[in-house]
Design a protein around this ligand. Structure first.
Ligand code: ATP
Ligand code: MG
Length: 451
């Protein structure tokens, strides 16, 4: 059968019985099972759906469990005390079990049969989608075929309406329906393709990849809050490096992080190394269960542009501090038009960047003041990432790493009170050039005893 034509509105159902797939109830969260059973007992149909089914079939532990049912949100609410209804664009029920939330969605229809509910489309884009429908209709309005499989709690079978199982076996992401239409409805699907391909080690089907270049610009109109969500999922779920490479490889980076793409065009080697190290450190921290901050990550991604703008301004005679501050403001403002990075994070990013030139000032008071700065640790980690920018930066990183290990009095004794000669442990950190510290300080630093 022609795979291309069998999707859309005439799905071909394949039922995979319990003994022919690997999904076991012991890998499904207790909370999700309770929701499924309760709905089922109340006479509704209820399925585990989407990413959870896909991941379970791949032998990966899902990070969340979504349920699809023929009960409406109001009917779901009546069944669960711990339930709240959310969403405007997509009305959903959230059933809350402590820290775990099970998202329960009513089957969504195509709207062609004049189903009950409300859908709103502007310029081909779905801005609201609350038309209830059948499970078949629900399947075809999902994004990728591998995301449109349903695990039936009543007999433990998997229902595959659009050939998702085959795609899983072939490890390929194919969109359901016409890729152009599907991306116009929701451009974020392009990013989801890249993210899921990276996370699952799958390739993106050529037809699903082809429209990226022409439709990528539509991402500029996507809601910045959703792009933030999607960016955090990409970079802070343990697959940051793979996601970044996939975004670049698919040509989508320039639509999501234009400044990063521009800076990489100018300075491929050192900046790429900084970004890749930053992302792989983040991935490692996540796999060790350590905390990570989006601020550091965005500071890494946008650094190249901030650094280059600041250097340019300084070369044109602008004061160092002002040049850094302006560059940071400009780059953050541009990025926030795409990705709604919250103020508390942009503030930290600006601090991390603005502390960078201060690492070049190795005088007693300044060193201790910098070490006491609340953002010292993050700024230092950032400095270490900059090692590939130049030998001087690498030495500077090593000096500060060493300095932190010395007892305070030893460090104080080793440091010049004013500017001037470099400490023994630091082979000429004062010679550090890029980025140049602001001029006035530079002059002072050259004069011993003037701090
Ligand atoms: P993960 O949870 O691993 O990030 P996921 O595929 O489960 O990936 P979710 O955002 O949890 O992603 O979405 C759950 C399901 O909802 C998807 O598997 C897919 O079936 C459907 N879905 C999500 N986003 C879209 C979209 N933009 N367009 C169509 N269907 C979508
Ligand atoms: Mg999911």
């Amino acid at each position: 059968m022609n795979l291309e034509s069998r999707t859309d509105l005439a799905p071909a159902l394949r039922i995979i019985p319990r003994d022919q797939h690997i999904i076991s109830r012991k890998n499904i969260s207790k909370a999700a099972l309770r929701v499924l059973y309760r709905l089922n007992e109340a006479g509704y149909t209820a399925f585990l759906v989407g990413g959870a089914v896909r991941d379970l079939l791949l032998g990966v532990q899902p990070k969340d469990f979504d349920v699809a049912t023929d009960a409406t949100p109001d009917e779901v609410k009546k069944l669960f005390r711990n339930c709240r209804l959310i969403g405007r664009r997509f009305r959903l029920a959230h059933v809350v079990f402590g820290p775990e939330i099970i998202e329960v969605a009513t089957f969504r229809g195509t709207g062609e049969e004049g189903g009950e509910g409300d859908r709103h489309i502007v310029d081909g884009r779905i801005v609201r989608d609350n038309i209830w429908g059948t499970i078949e209709e629900d399947a075809v309005r999902r994004d990728f075929r591998v995301n449109a499989m349903y695990y039936d709690i009543s007999d433990f079978s998997v229902r595959d309406y659009v050939g998702g199982m085959r795609d899983l076996e072939d490890r390929v992401l194919r969109l359901i329906g016409n890729p152009e239409v599907r991306y116009r409805e929701d451009p974020v699907r392009m990013l989801r393709a890249a993210r899921l391909a990276a996370k699952l080690g799958m390739r993106i089907d050529a037809a699903a990849m082809a429209p990226f270049e022409s439709l990528g610009p539509l991402l500029a109109d996507a809601a910045p809050a959703r792009l933030l969500d999607e960016s955090l999922k990409m970079f802070l779920s343990g697959n940051g490096l793979k996601s970044f490479r996939m975004l670049e490889q698919c040509g989508l980076l320039k639509f999501l992080f234009p400044a990063t793409a521009r800076a990489l065009k100018r300075d491929d080697v050192a900046l790429r190394s900084l970004i890749e190290h930053g992302l792989s450190n983040t991935d490692a921290r996540i796999s060790e269960g350590k905390s990570v901050t989006p601020a550091f990550l965005f500071a890494v991604l946008l650094w190249g542009e901030v650094r280059d703008l600041a250097r340019q301004a300084i070369e044109h005679g602008q004061d160092g501090n002002e040049a850094w501050a302006r560059a940071a403001t400009k780059v953050v403002a541009e990025q926030c038009q795409r990705v709604a990075i919250p103020r508390r994070f942009t503030f930290t990013m600006e601090e991390i960047w603005s502390l960078q030139p201060r690492f070049e000032q190795i005088q007693r008071k300044r060193v201790f003041r910098l070490m006491a700065h609340p953002r010292f640790r993050a700024a230092f980690d950032f400095l270490v990432l900059r090692a590939d920018e130049s030998a001087t930066m690498r030495e500077l990183g090593q000096w500060w790493a060493h300095a932190q290990q010395l007892p305070q009095d030893v460090l104080a004794a080793a440091l010049p009170a004013g500017g001037g000669s470099a400490v023994e442990q630091a082979p000429a950190p004062m010679a550090a050039r890029p980025p140049r510290p602001r001029r006035r300080r530079h002059k002072r630093a050259d004069k011993p005893g003037s701090a």
